[in-house]
Design a binder for this molecule. Structure first.
Ligand code: KIV
Length: 293
């Protein structure tokens, strides 16, 4: 092999990630920043993100090496007992985000701006995001919408607050959009690609793509220099996110097709609760070893 063809070969070869820097499985122990996320895209590295809403769960995911956690407003459905994300307040998001920050030492924590906390305009968005950064200690915020949230994204980024954008199915718009696949058909696909580029140009460091056809998500991923984080958007995205209660089988009921369930926490917890109740009713708990004298 000539020197030239060897050089060409190595340039063409898929870049093997520098394992010491890898977001997942890397050696770093300091808290991950958005600059690390940017570097991972440059290395062509895929990474996982999970939601978290409390300190203890977040500490488990942090110990497992999950590099980015989203304190999503899915907390509305998965933690606070609302039917949708719409009622979630900024006070609730601030409290939950602070707990997740306290429970972690390595993961980048992204706090969701809830419905009604940024739609009025950039100044309202800055006021809300500032609470999540100052009171809760998050390293970045997420907001829904591309073009429609551009001015907000620009002001937050100019003010030093990293922004993750959220496109495709945006659950805060459930009352107008429903829970439907987005970006189907040429015009919708073109609009989504345009929104993603606009979010990137406004300074977003990453874009969530929710419930978008796999081919379109892959095209968006190839077109951007910032990472895409897919949920129901296929394998072509740079990162994947799941809602933790879905991923661990705690959420009851029928799961969307894109969820992979890695455990049956609902079954485990229910079984344990019943075993405890039966021990109490049957008088076998507490046993002598559980008593103090
Ligand atoms: O709120 C949330 O959990 C989200 C993810 C589904 C991306 O927005």
């Amino acid at each position: 092999m000539t020197q030239l063809s060897a050089a060409q070969n190595s340039a063409d070869a898929p870049r093997s990630p520098d394992s010491s820097k890898a977001l997942y499985g890397g050696k770093g122990t300091r808290r991950i920043t958005v600059r690390d996320i940017t570097a991972a895209k440059e290395r062509g590295e895929k990474w996982p993100m999970l939601t978290a809403y409390d300190a203890m769960t977040a500490s488990v995911f942090d110990e497992a090496g999950i590099p980015v956690m989203l304190v999503g407003d899915s907390a509305g459905n998965c933690h606070l007992g609302y039917e949708t994300t719409v009622p979630v307040t900024l006070d609730e998001m601030t409290m939950l985000s602070a707990a997740v920050v306290r429970g972690t030492s390595r993961a980048l924590i992204v706090g969701d701006l809830p419905f009604g906390s940024y739609q009025e305009g950039p100044v309202q968005a800055l006021r809300s995001a500032t609470r999540l950064v100052k009171e809760a200690g998050v390293g970045a915020v997420k907001l829904e919408g591309g073009e429609r949230s551009l001015a907000q994204t620009e002001l937050l980024v100019q003010s030093g607050i990293p922004v993750m954008s959220h496109l495709g199915l945006t659950p805060q718009s459930v009352n107008t959009m429903g829970y439907r696949v987005q970006g189907r058909g040429d015009e919708a696909a073109h609009r989504l690609l345009h929104d993603a580029k606009a979010a990137q140009d406004a300074g977003a460091f990453a874009v969530v793509l929710e419930l978008v056809p796999e081919e379109l998500a892959a095209e968006v991923t190839r077109s951007l220099h910032i990472p895409t984080v897919g949920i129901g958007a296929g394998a072509g995205c740079d990162a994947q996110v799941l809602v933790w209660t879905d991923m661990l089988g705690l959420t009851g009921g029928k799961m969307p097709r894109f969820v992979k369930q890695y455990a049956d926490l609902r079954g485990v917890m229910s079984g344990a609760a019943k075993a405890f109740a039966e021990d109490v009713v049957g008088g076998t708990f507490p046993a002598p070893e559980h008593a103090v004298h």
